[in-house]
Design a protein around this ligand. Structure first.
Ligand code: NAD
Length: 478
């Protein structure tokens, strides 16, 4: 469905995120016919460059990051005519008048802050002082949204000084994934799951976001953050909210976000015996975390596993195990809802340990599978076997001519549509920090040293023990 006409300004339009994700994503949306012919994209950054130079830069970015669609030279030429560039310094006054004159007032105006959070206040202030943004403008901001509760509050206050909450789109690209939305469709669009979605039938839930990459060139930056701030506070907690929330009364931004907020507020403070931190060790051929982080004494974690509890009627007693880390065995993100054992089996020789598992896979392949128990085909008698019932839409619906839009593409189109459902509200972000801050402060106070783990493994031994102690085990990372 085409969106309305717009002018989108990307502050930081020459940066890594803009070149790798935002512009290739917009290019694919244009190819799909969703973007009106007149819509324009305006790069705005500090580099001294003209529109021609910018178009050339983005041509190269699309060739590198645009995927198979980047082979269509004519389509790229057409896309590039939409692009403009203005040199602006967020902290100076040059270029802003030019930006003001360039923008069309009679179309949707969106401003993507693809710059460090330290510049949000400067950008916001100038957007208003130069009468560029009004109360209809949409502001998109990127993670990291603060590094603790105090800084997140300060950022929210800075934005609130200039804009209303319904103008602010805080991106968590995990929420833009097709499967995350499909999860809501499966939960709330079927009669089958909701009656079982509680502590009577669910044994536990696992959320895994495993990466194979290390901190690469971003070591010094990452070292100030760590897995808890970089992944758990945002991506993993957002997934937890969608799994655990009560059904909203309608699929509307505030109704959904109200329910997510209730989940975060109901989280029990984590017992530190229920958290494992890790750092990847060196191998014969690659360096350890501390070398990559450029600090031989770093105590920052590149892995974290924890057991959380939600204090409400639905989830009382159901553990939510979460883990994320770098340099693990495989790149794989999965949410698994593990239902309880049967209790009693009528089949001879069967131990009634068959478990239905709903597996929501976000990476590398998106899809949803339900593990069910059936009879093994053949004359071997009543032998039971667990098989996955595949709800992957690509197979069910046939190959989609347009391709499945990537998370960034979808979210940017939602900004233009004015739909905030898949964006974090300010109070959600603050509540998430309020839960993670004491964990991080606790580590600091105890001078906690992360456990070493082998590269290419599933994390430290202690993380396996976290479930083993409860008579459970992690799903395999594959
Ligand atoms: P980058 O360093 O590659 O680019 C920064 C951009 O900001 C450049 O275009 C630069 O010209 C511009 N800029 C810097 N100072 C400026 C100023 N004073 N005035 C105007 N423009 C200025 O950074 P990036 O990797 O593109 O990241 C941008 C933001 O997105 C950061 O907050 C980052 O944390 C976040 N983010 C990045 C990624 C990623 O994959 N790169 C992922 C998630 C979030």
């Amino acid at each position: 469905i085409p969106v309305d006409d717009f002018d989108l300004v990307i502050f930081g339009g020459t940066g890594d995120l803009a070149r790798r994700k935002i512009l290739p994503g917009l290019y694919r949306r244009c190819l799909s016919g969703q973007v009106p012919d007149d819509a324009r994209i305006i790069g705005a950054a500090r580099s001294d460059m003209d529109t021609e130079g910018y178009r050339q830069m983005i041509r190269e970015a699309i060739a590198e990051f645009g995927g198979p669609e980047a082979a269509d030279g004519k389509a790229i030429d057409r896309f590039l005519t939409r692009l403009h560039y203005v040199t602006v310094d967020a902290r100076g006054d040059g270029g802003w008048k030019e930006l003001h004159d360039l923008l069309r007032k009679d179309v949707i105006n969106a401003f993507y802050f693809s710059v460090g959070p330290g510049l949000f206040g400067d950008l916001a202030e100038r957007l208003l002082r130069f009468e560029i943004a009004d109360t209809n403008a949409r502001i998109v901001v990127e993670k990291p949204f603060g590094r603790d509760l105090e800084s997140a509050r300060a950022l929210n206050a800075t934005l609130a000084q200039h804009f209303n909450e319904d103008q602010i789109y805080r991106i968590d690209h995990y929420l833009g994934k097709e499967t995350v939305q499909n999860l809501m469709a499966v939960r709330f669009g079927n009669v089958l799951f909701e009656p079982l979605w509680n502590n009577h039938y669910v044994d536990h839930i696992q959320i895994t976001v495993a990466e194979t990459v290390g901190v690469e060139g971003r070591g010094a930056y990452y070292d100030k953050s760590g897995a808890m701030r970089d992944m758990v506070q945002n991506h993993l907690m957002q997934l937890l909210c969608l799994i655990a929330m009560e059904p909203p009364s309608m699929f509307d931004a505030d109704a959904v976000r109200d329910e997510k907020l209730k989940v975060i507020r109901a989280l029990q403070p984590v017992d530190y015996h229920h958290i494992v931190r890790g750092q990847y060790d060196k191998t014969r051929t690659s360096a350890d975390y501390r070398t990559d982080a450029e600090d031989p004494r770093s105590h920052t974690e590149s892995f974290v596993a924890l057991k959380a509890h939600i204090n409400n009627w639905r989830w009382a007693g159901v553990p939510f195990y979460m883990r994320t880390g770098k340099k693990l065995k495989a790149r794989s993100s999965e949410i698994a809802v593990v239902f309880k054992d049967l209790g009693h089996s009528i089949f001879p020789g069967d131990e009634a340990r068959h478990r239905n598992i709903l597996s929501i896979q976000l990476q590398p392949n998106e899809g949803i599978k339900l593990q069910v128990t059936i009879k093994e085909p053949g004359p071997g008698g009543m032998r039971l076997v667990d098989v996955p019932l595949d709800m992957t839409f690509a197979e069910a619906l046939g190959p989609d001519a347009e391709g499945v839009p990537d998370a960034y593409e979808r979210l940017i189109m939602d900004v233009i549509r004015g739909n905030q459902t898949l964006f974090m509200r300010g109070d959600e972000v603050e509540a998430a920090w309020a839960w993670t801050d004491p964990i991080i402060e606790g580590w600091k106070a105890r001078n906690d040293v992360p456990k070493l783990y082998d590269q290419g493994s599933s994390g430290p031994e202690d993380a396996l023990m976290l479930l083993h102690r409860d008579g459970r085990k992690w799903r395999e990372i594959k």
